[in-house]
Design a binder for this molecule. Structure first.
Ligand SMILES: Nc1ncnc2c1ncn2[C@@H]1O[C@H](COP(=O)(O)OP(=O)(O)O)[C@@H](O)[C@H]1O
Ligand SMILES: [Mg+2]
Length: 234
């Protein structure tokens, strides 16, 4: 459904993305792995149209997106769940969720999605009136994901959802990501936790210094000894 070809991006003189090629087939989970500063977040920003690449093409379902606004992209179902779970700390859980649906006109469907998200995240349901700033880190991450789901994503862009969370919460987040995918949403998962990401991914790209250093199915990547050593810590 999504295709980046030879995408380059500069922050001033810093060449942050160097000719990136990346594909996300409909209904799949694709992960984008790599160390801090590799260019993962920058790639997501290009996809959600927060920044304009200096070179390359970007297609969604065969149409070029390089002149589409970020809000139009949201309407097309490409939803970006940003780094550091940016919830609105002074608003309640319920208000945060509703903000995720602000561009939608299908109010009946919005209500149904709201109910579904409450079932998916029982902890949020128990805290609908609580202000988001007082939630635990894991709960805030669930809220950030729940808010993104309120936008009815066809493609969900997740930026490091496991960052700074306890192992049992990370497991729960990954199970939820898999469930969202099984229910029909394609996912681009940006992660430093390569192990867990490969477990749920159909295909992975490893970024290094703004370049795709390696790519393949989880089996292909795990089968390569150098890769395992460098990126998977085994
Ligand atoms: N707003 C910015 N201004 C200047 N340089 C930036 C900015 N954001 C990111 N960079 C640089 O671009 C490179 C890629 O960053 P980023 O995409 O955030 O990496 P990652 O998400 O993989 O950690 C890094 O070298 C980073 O320092
Ligand atoms: Mg990042």
């Amino acid at each position: 459904m999504l295709k980046l070809n030879n995408i380059s991006f500069y922050y001033g003189k810093i060449h942050a993305l160097k000719s990136i090629n990346l594909e996300i087939p409909k209904g799949s989970i694709v992960s984008l792995l790599g160390a801090n500063g590799a260019g993962k977040t920058t790639t997501l920003k290009v996809i959600s149209r927060l920044i304009q690449p200096s070179e390359g093409t970007y297609e969604l379902n065969g149409d070029s997106m390089l002149k589409t606004s970020s809000s139009n992209l949201v309407k097309k179902g490409v939803i970006h769940c940003p780094e550091n779970r940016r919830v609105f700390p002074l608003l309640s859980v319920e208000e945060n969720l509703n903000i995720g649906a602000y561009l939608r006109k299908d109010k009946q469907k919005v209500k149904e999605d709201y109910e579904k998200i409450c079932i998916m995240f029982p902890r949020l349901k128990e805290r609908l009136k609580q202000v988001a700033g007082t939630l635990s880190g894991g709960e805030q991450q669930m809220l950030a994901i729940g808010r993104s789901l309120m936008g009815a994503p066809k493609l969900l862009l997740l930026d490091e959802p496991s960052l700074g969370l306890a192992p049992n919460i990370i497991q729960e987040i990954f199970r939820t990501i898999k469930k969202i995918n099984v229910e029909g949403t394609a996912i681009l998962l940006v992660e430093q936790n390569a192990h867990l990401s490969l477990e749920i991914s159909d295909y992975s790209y490893i970024l290094e210094n703004g370049r795709v250093a390696l790519q393949g199915t989880p089996e292909e990547l795990r089968g390569n000894k150098d890769i395992s050593k460098l990126y998977l810590g085994v």
